[in-house]
Design a protein around this ligand. Sequence first.
Ligand code: ATP
Length: 514
Amino acid sequence: MAQQDDLFKKIVSHCKEYGFVFQSSEIYDGLSAVYDYGQNGVELKNNIKRYWWEGMTLLHNNIVGIDSAIFMHPTIWKASGHVDAFNDPLIDNRDSKKRYRADVLIEDHLAKYDEKIEKEVAKARKRFGDSFDEALFRQTNPRILENAQKRDAIHERFAKALNDNNLEELRQIIIDCEIVCPISGTRNWTDVRQFNLMFKTEMGSTADGAMTIYLRPETAQGIFVNYLNVQKTGRMRLPFGIAQIGKAFRNEIVARQFIFRMREFEQMEMQFFVRPGEELKWFEHWKQTRLRWHKALGLGDHKYRFHDHDKLAHYANAATDIEFEMPFGFKEVEGIHSRTNFDLSQHEKYSGKKIQYFDPEINESYVPYVIETSIGVDRMFLSVLSAAYEEQPLDGGEVRAVLHLPPALAPVKCAVMPLVRKDGLPEKALEIVNDLKFDFTTHYEEKDSIGKRYRRQDAIGTPYCVTVDHQTLEDNTVTLRERDSMEQTRVNVDELRSIVNERVSLNALLRRLG
Ligand code: ATP
């Protein structure tokens, strides 16, 4: 665990050192849980967004995009249930004065039982070698059975307390499980209270009766209230989807773990409208489609898993998370929810407008059902970066920090470097940059030794470096160095575009999705 903490700290400082992510308002000592993306971060983030956007709108001719405003009529949040129910249960430790989410404290406690079980299994695997029957061991080992039983008993109480909204029981579980505050080490807990996560602000001047409005806590509602506009003007037929990328805001109680939990973040959401009764089929379809999108990046298939929800949100009849193995454990990156016809029906009720679809195939009008896929750009960014980061020992005792980013997501695709800053080499290198820059992000680098320049590019995940030397002027060939293998080959300048493009183009990545 300490090793993983250490790795996470290294990733955070790498992000800062190489211009990926900065603390917001840093020169004023920062603003908690708000972050800015630097020169490399913004490129990586934009590439993630493009991969998602094109994966949705280019590859599906029944999905279109919109860009709705952050400010919306306040009644929308009443209709959606956010004013009354977008709460987290919070609890304070009286000694450390630290505030926690009661559900997260219990979930972390439950995860410890799983860790114990996995440790037993790993130990036995080592002891028994090839003859190890893991399934049998899990079914019969007394320590595993005891831990699983304890976990399941707590889990059952926890799920019931969440579903019943029973705050006293949540506190009692914390007391009974002897959960201590990680800071003070004590069990001096307050009561559990509900806390609404929406930020409020005012629109208009107070003189003419300002209106309280909310910063949207999800982008989804902007899609629902535009359902009719898009369906009618786009002449869309069910099933069809509307995709949107945009900022969302939540006044998170405990905002830790860097960009994993922020107060201002970005979401990529797609609402897929279907015929009532067909939603669970489409739910399954989107679970698999979204997992394929993640896995196509090649970060490692074993790093993903589904986690079905214990407590369904007030609007859902099925929900699952795609979790990714971060340095601090498996965590939610994306949620896939079957939201029924809850949102559209609520907006029908609160707005008084008919929000229905006439289905010519069955000759009936109805309020469509909705499957939602909702992914956080920032969490996706963190998962890509965590999987890509490596401190790789090299021959001779040196260690290089390298980001094995999926090439299509890398901020810079190709760096071009003159071996020395004279003899016409910089001019030749610039000529190459000026030719390649129309196809992909190409950087020119002339400072420091070639070795140092390679390290800098490795650290930001640049898939290719091109070195221009004296031979280049004679035969128009350059050295092409590949990031992961560090292999160097001699290629003709005229071939560069197609070699680099083949590996870094988003098109090639999208083709993997079919
Ligand atoms: P959590 O349980 O971690 O608070 P959630 O279940 O409330 O997340 P959703 O409402 O399903 O999250 O939001 C969809 C996606 O938006 C999440 O999977 C996550 O990637 C992203 N997201 C949600 N809250 C945050 C946040 N505070 N900071 C960064 N990303 C977030």
